[in-house]
Write a protein that binds this ligand. Structure first.
Ligand code: PXP
Length: 236
């Protein structure tokens, strides 16, 4: 299973003081050196952490694999086709949310998303769609010709009781099996940490995990290279 490290929260820390440090580009390079398979960042409409100049510099610095999370709108498609990440992950976005709160509603946005997927793929960019582990949503992802899905693991990560955890885990497993059978690539992420990631590793259909907050949080104490290596050790 591959690991993509989301470096947004390096920029969150910088923006706490509106200064120049810590630099997300330095973080991207250190994650690469520590063995991450790719770098993930989210250019939000409100630019609350990663900004346009960060994205340009991250693209220059990252030779492994760059996955840009973004809302599916004209402004972002324009930016993506100029910057040319290796992959785009389409996510829902609300200004007032602390973090991405759930998967995209592909069913109700089907026609709009089909057009966005087409435009990105025509520019040679792979397209992933962030969805809840819900078979009816995943069915639409293949119908609009996305290359892969990222299964939202946030509900699993937030589950408190043993039975809730098992229920959410089984939804993720079923979603991954269904997506793979439909010919979609499968990744997963949100809320994963050094503990709850272990069960997710049992799901063979998942090819990649995208993890941000827990790795960046640990890096404050251990350094980012060690935080990435610790996660890779668990995944391997
Ligand atoms: N995947 C997607 C689509 C996300 O929006 C995020 C958060 O930016 C992540 C993965 C990483 O989540 P976390 O920071 O909780 O590990």
């Amino acid at each position: 299973m591959r690991l993509g490290v989301n470096i947004d929260h390096i920029a969150t820390l910088r923006e706490a003081r509106k200064t120049y440090e810590p630099d997300p580009v330095a973080a991207a390079i250190l994650c690469d050196l520590a063995g991450a398979d790719g770098i993930v960042c989210h250019l939000r409409e409100d630019r609350r952490h990663i900004n346009d100049e960060d994205l340009r510099r991250i693209r220059e610095a990252v030779n492994s694999h760059l996955n840009l999370e973004m809302a599916g709108n004209d402004e972002m498609v324009r930016i993506a086709t100029k910057i040319r990440p290796d992959m785009v992950t389409l996510v829902p976005e609300k200004r007032e949310e602390l973090t991405t709160e759930g998967g995209l509603d592909v069913i109700s946005l089907k026609d709009h998303l089909r057009d966005i997927v087409f435009r990105l793929k025509s520019a040679g960019i792979k397209v992933s769609i962030f969805v809840d582990p819900d078979i009816s949503q995943i069915k639409q992802c293949s119908s609009i010709e996305a290359d892969l899905i990222e299964i939202h693991t946030g509900h699993y990560a937030n589950a408190k009781t043993e039975s809730e955890i098992i229920e959410e885990f089984e939804k993720i497993r079923a979603a991954a099996v269904y997506a793979e059978k439909s010919g979609l690539g499968v990744s997963a992420g949100h809320g994963l940490n050094y503990h709850n990631v272990k069960d997710i590793l049992q799901i063979e259909e998942i090819e990649e995990l995208n993890i941000g907050h827990s790795i960046i949080a640990r890096s404050v104490f251990t350094g980012i290279g060690k935080a990435v290596e610790d996660m890779i050790d668990i995944i391997k």
